[in-house]
Design a protein around this ligand. Structure first.
Ligand code: SAM
Ligand code: DTB
Ligand code: SF4
Length: 330
């Protein structure tokens, strides 16, 4: 090689890799120091007064063959939830229109599948086309994908694919036995290779340690590139699931998790996700101050309740904050 040439890969800056020890050090900081650092990072990349609104719709509910211990939709748990067929296209379009009219910029459709069949991907593709035509960003979460399916979804107009790592690798087996961490990583790779944006996060409050919360965030941050969208869910303790009696996480530990996610993934939309029904306004405000800049918007998540849209808009107003404009969906 000529002396002035640089090797090809030297021109591409490597994504910063984080160690679990570094993330754990952040978790251990005094809360004001941690929140200050998260705010500094947040302001470098986002308007700190703006929050993105995503609305969820369950397009196929219940009867899932996977055994995720947190999930009311698993056929392994008796939660009293009736399994239903795939929603019809007009109902999906109607729900998306209502979400858009209420102020959402992204519409996320979730299905209780381990992995979609070809005809199911076709049905979802029809939904994606129509939702996209309404001017909304589109996201789906359908479980593990087979080769070619991510491309098919992208061609229909999909922007984001949600597939959560859920927890740290070493805690995963305590929560799910019907699939492994590598299965999840493989689907995430296919999603990336198809040119889709990645929505990937996890759940806290399932009995994991602080080190394991750090471990989850490091797994997410070290995906190359890290996800554009990072949902941080606080466990919704649903009766009939194995985690129904799990003691609640210290709310300030949830705030710390948000702040560390913001620092490790500076440009990501960090979403204050499931679990807001159990949080008062002050705690939600603290999460938005600590670096969250997205919420699930609308009175149901997939199967469980979420705060009323009017309450969320009122909270943003009280904080002097605002929803992301519908013409500005980056
Ligand atoms: N079946 C697909 C999958 O698992 O990827 C998509 C739907 S699944 C319900 C989407 C995500 O919802 C899960 O990965 C999990 O992070 C979250 N979730 C499910 N039940 C939850 C609960 N009780 N509390 C918090 N988050 C939950
Ligand atoms: C995510 O991380 N959380 C959402 C969405 N992605 C699909 C789902 C939360 C589900 C909470 C339990 C329920 O409503 O069934
Ligand atoms: Fe099925 Fe997804 Fe629920 Fe697991 S989280 S039981 S895969 S719907």
């Amino acid at each position: 090689m000529h002396a002035t040439e640089t090797p090809l890969d030297a021109a591409v800056p490597a994504a910063p890799r984080w160690s679990v020890a570094q993330a754990a050090e952040l978790f251990d900081l005094p809360l004001p120091e941690l929140v200050f650092r998260a705010q500094q990072v947040h302001r470098l990349h986002f308007d700190p007064s703006e929050v993105q609104l995503s609305t969820l719709l369950s397009i196929k509910t219940g009867g899932c063959p996977e055994d995720c211990a947190y999930c009311p939709q698993s056929a392994h748990h008796d939660t009293g939830l009736e399994a239903s067929a795939v929603l019809d296209l007009p109902s999906v379009v109607e729900a998306a229109r209502r979400a858009r009219d209420a102020g959402a910029t992204r519409f996320c459709m979730g299905a209780a599948w381990r992995s979609p069949k070809p005809r199911q991907v076709e049905a979802v593709s029809r939904m994606i086309r129509e939702v996209k035509a309404l001017g909304l960003q589109t996201c789906v979460t359908l479980g593990m994908l087979q080769p070619g399916q991510a491309e098919q979804l992208r061609e229909a107009g999909l922007d984001y694919y949600n597939h959560n790592l859920d927890t740290a690798p070493e805690f995963y087996g305590n929560i799910i036995t019907t699939r492994c961490y590598d299965d999840r990583l493989q689907t995430l790779e296919q999603v990336r290779e198809a040119g889709l944006k990645v929505c990937c996060g996890g759940i806290v409050g399932m009995g994991e340690s602080r080190g394991q919360r750090a471990g989850l965030l490091v797994q997410l941050a070290n995906l190359d590139p890290y996800p554009e969208s990072v949902p941080i869910n606080n466990l919704v303790r649903v009766a009939g699931t194995p985690l129904a009696e799990q003691p609640p996480l210290d709310p300030l530990e949830f705030v710390r998790t948000i702040a560390v996610a913001r620092i490790l993934m500076p440009r990501a939309r960090v979403r204050l996700s499931a679990g807001r029904e159990d949080m008062d306004d002050a705690l939600q405000a603290l999460c938005l101050i600590a670096g969250a800049n997205s919420i699930f918007f609308g009175d149901t998540l997939l199967t469980t309740p979420n705060p009323q849209a009017s309450a969320d808009l009122a909270l943003l107003e009280r904080m002097g904050m605002r929803a992301q404009a519908q013409h500005d969906t980056q």
